[in-house]
Ligand binder design. Structure first.
Ligand code: GDP
Ligand code: MN
Length: 351
């Protein structure tokens, strides 16, 4: 029954219960969105859903970040979409965190953008997208507005939540010693990261990181049977994770190493594979949590808890079912079977 008061276990509680026993304990956590002014309506749509399903009970603050100043219209409209939640609107330091760094040749980058465009590399020709991926990989956790926080929930415009979340996922993660949480895991478009895997291997070698460790994720989850990258990654448009994971000296060193290659621009490295492979290097399997009980959608990619699994709370997934997930559709390149297989292996080893 302690769960019911602490809200640190995934128990599905009636609304009434939460109203009568409002959560007391709070994690040092914020909901973070990197977003453009023009995405105002979609941002609001995401907030309304997250408030309704979760945050009206838990009242975590929001932090919005942008490399352009937010307009008054954006700030007012967004704040009005959740009047009782604290919101901060911050500016990203463009010169140091959202432009070509000194070690990258702008000329070469623009030429690579053209090549990527010819080779149909998704967003390869979009300069802003490269800056965004680099920012989400290497800088967001240092934004001064996040100084007092240990945890974040990444939120994007236009996403959907289909189940009530009647517990505090941050407290759950703290209690169970988790560092990184995901809902969707799938395969990356391989032409965006042609040399990422070899760079990570080189990095591990140069820093003497033992990647053969039994419980290390890097090879068990991310390598194919030829020890090449299998393109699996955690989809970073949703993340609940530790800010301190990315603030650690080892992650900073890793990011700087990757960044020195220039391949956030010469290739189109995404923050999702970067975060994922860092988790592979630095975390044990136990420290990564699959929020299988969340119903979530980004673009046309949806995860809903399987019907009859007792996971999820008051889910209202489209088509009136609770298992309309990409994980049951071979069109989508899900990595969930790879994840499940690895989890089974680790559990077997423990027992
Ligand atoms: P996708 O999810 O990979 O298709 O990429 P998105 O366009 O959704 O971008 C990922 C996140 O970064 C979203 O939260 C966007 O709002 C945000 N974003 C993308 N490009 C920019 C940009 O140029 N400026 C700002 N401020 N945010 C951006
Ligand atoms: Mn998106």
């Amino acid at each position: 029954t302690a769960y019911y008061k602490n809200y640190d276990e995934p128990v599905c509680l009636p609304e009434r219960h939460i109203r009568i026993n409002p959560p007391v304990a709070k994690a040092k956590a914020a909901i973070i969105a990197v977003v453009r002014n023009k995405e105002q309506e979609k941002m609001i749509a995401s907030i309304i859903q997250l408030e309704e399903r979760f945050n009206k009970n838990f009242r975590y603050p929001y932090v919005f970040l942008n490399e352009e100043p937010f307009t008054d219209e954006f700030k007012i409209a967004v704040q009005e979409s959740a009047p009782s939640s604290k919101m901060d609107f911050g500016l990203i330091d463009k010169a140091s965190q959202w432009s070509f760094p000194p070690h990258v040749s702008k000329e070469k980058a623009l030429q690579k953008f053209d090549e990527m465009s010819q080779n149909n590399v998704m967003f390869g020709n979009m300069e802003s997208y490269h800056h965004m991926c680099r920012y989400q990989s290497g800088f967001f956790f240092d934004h001064p507005l996040l100084d007092g926080y240990d945890w974040y929930w990444r939120l994007e415009p236009g996403v959907k939540f289909y189940c009530d979340i009647t517990y505090d996922p941050f407290l759950y993660m703290e209690k169970h010693n988790k560092q990184y949480g995901f809902v969707i895991t799938l395969r990356e478009l391989s032409n965006t990261v042609p040399t990422l895997w070899q760079t990570v291997q080189r990095y591990a070698k140069s820093r003497h990181i033992d990647i053969s460790e039994k419980n290390n994720l890097l090879f068990p989850y991310f390598a194919d049977n030829k020890n090449d990258y299998n393109m699996c990654h955690f989809w970073s448009n949703f993340e609940i994770a530790s800010l301190n994971l990315w603030r650690s000296p080892q992650y900073r060193d890793f990011f700087n190493y990757l960044d020195q290659t220039g391949n956030f621009f010469y290739e189109r490295w995404g923050d999702a594979p970067v975060h994922s492979l860092a988790a592979g290097l630095f975390l044990t399997t136990d420290q990564v949590h699959y929020f299988e009980d969340f119903g979530y959608q980004h673009d046309s990619y949806r995860h809903c808890p399987a019907k009859g699994s007792e996971l999820g709370c008051r889910c209202e997934c489209p088509s009136g079912t609770t298992d309309q997930s990409i994980d049951h559709d071979s069109f989508y390149d899900t990595c969930l079977p790879v994840w499940r297989k690895w989890i089974k292996t680790t559990e077997a080893r423990k027992s």
